[in-house]
Design a binder for this molecule. Structure first.
Ligand code: PLP
Length: 392
């Protein structure tokens, strides 16, 4: 039982949190209740793609809040239509369904694939997913995920997910049966520790799924919306999936996610899918502002260049401290520490005023705002350097 007088006692504990209460954020900086500032390379878990409280997002929120906040998903609203049109133009997919979280978007993708299988593939429902993949925390998305720690949790799992190792095309081909309806994966496994599907593998998957008449579903919740230096990570491989999910960066900090697909696979009938807040004008107005800003070629070029700069600074830091290499693409990067000191470094860094995440004990993950400056990258490296020196 927690001490009832503790300020944290009324909150269900779902993870271990430092006893810091954050009250304000601007750009790459967060402040806590005591006024202490932190350089933020977590950014809401790769969510605040334009940093904390960017003026563009505040303007969109204010303008839309003054006009219309919610009119029910049973009616069209203007920003919802505008965002769907923008995403169709930018992605090459045709239609969007908006949700409030990434898990919900993936849940929608799984339902869509099963519906499509029932209509077009003799009732096929199995989805091939990747070991160590992460798709969310609803029951179906936990079942689709390949996180080893979840294997025994919340049994029985939702059936119908077959796991294969990442980057092994032969394993996918061997797993395809008449029950298979889709292959689903992240272009870069972010939560697993930043492990990328190679471009050749993604191209191989596209060809394989086409040959077998099954769907390719890309979970771009962490990699989409400019994170890898392209608007969508599949662009690096030169392919187009049948279904894509977006979340995190799409709302620039507000809860907004989406499931996109082609006309041929958009098979939901009335009543199959929905949700009270889905496509609400307040969030979709922000989504429009974010997509318009992030999809500008100069912005994406800047993300790629800052990503290269961060990767090179991390690589030389790693070399100086006898660590492994850098993984990832654009501004979704991990440093292989070569030993299991990630949580200790993340904690010491926080004490020194830097927020970074250790997705696995031997790695640190960096997911700053996409408009982070080189000076902020340098400041982050200087803090890490000092922390590493101290821990050594
Ligand atoms: N898919 C991927 C690739 C993710 O990284 C995440 C969250 O980290 C999710 C799905 C789940 O998104 P949400 O936490 O918004 O439900």
């Amino acid at each position: 039982m927690p001490d009832a007088s503790s300020p944290y006692a009324a909150l269900i504990e779902i993870t271990s949190r430092p006893e810091t209460v954050f009250v304000e954020g601007r750009g790459s900086w967060l402040s806590d209740a005591s006024g202490r500032r932190y350089l933020d390379f977590v950014q809401g878990w790769a969510v605040n793609c334009l940093g904390h409280s960017p003026p563009l997002l505040l303007d969109a929120l204010k303008a839309q809040a003054e006009k219309l906040i919610n009119c029910s998903p049973a009616y069209y609203n203007e920003p919802m239509l505008r965002l769907a049109r923008l995403l169709a133009e930018k992605s090459g997919l045709d239609q969007s369904f908006f949700t409030n979280s990434g898990a919900e978007a993936n849940e929608g993708a799984i339902k869509l694939a099963r519906k499509w299988g029932s209509l077009h593939r003799g009732g096929a429902y199995e989805i091939i997913t990747m070991e160590h993949g992460f798709h969310g925390r609803t029951l179906a998305t936990m079942s689709a995920s390949g996180k080893p720690q979840w294997e025994a949790l919340f049994e029985p799992k939702v059936p119908g997910f077959v796991k294969v190792p990442l980057n092994d095309l032969g394993a996918v081909e061997a797993a395809i049966t008449e029950k298979t309806v889709a292959v689903m994966l992240e272009p870069i496994q972010g939560e697993a520790g930043v492990f990328a599907a190679t471009d050749a593998y993604l191209r191989g998957l596209r060809a394989l799924t086409e040959r077998h008449g099954i769907l390719l579903i890309l979970d771009e919740i962490q990699t989409g919306v400019g994170r890898t230096g392209r608007l969508f990570a599949y662009e690096h491989a030169g392919i187009l999936p049948d279904v894509m999910t977006l979340g995190k960066g799409l709302g620039g900090g507000v809860p907004l996610a989406a499931m996109l697909t082609r006309y041929q696979t958009a098979c939901f009938a009335h009543g199959d899918q929905g949700g009270t807040f889905n496509g609400n004008p307040l969030m979709t107005a922000v989504g429009c502002a974010v997509i318009e800003a992030v999809s500008m070629p100069e912005f994406l070029a800047q993300v790629a260049a800052t990503g290269d700069y961060l990767a090179s600074r991390l690589a030389s830091l790693g070399e100086r401290h006898g660590m492994g290499g850098v993984r990832g693409r654009g501004l979704l990067l991990a440093l292989d520490l070569g030993r299991e000191i990630g949580p200790r470094i993340a904690e010491s860094a926080r004490e020194a005023g830097l927020l970074v995440n250790a997705p696995r004990p031997d790695s640190l993950r960096f997911m700053p705002a996409l408009n982070v400056s080189r000076e902020e990258v340098d400041a982050m490296i200087a803090i890490l350097e000092e922390v590493l020196g101290r821990l050594a």
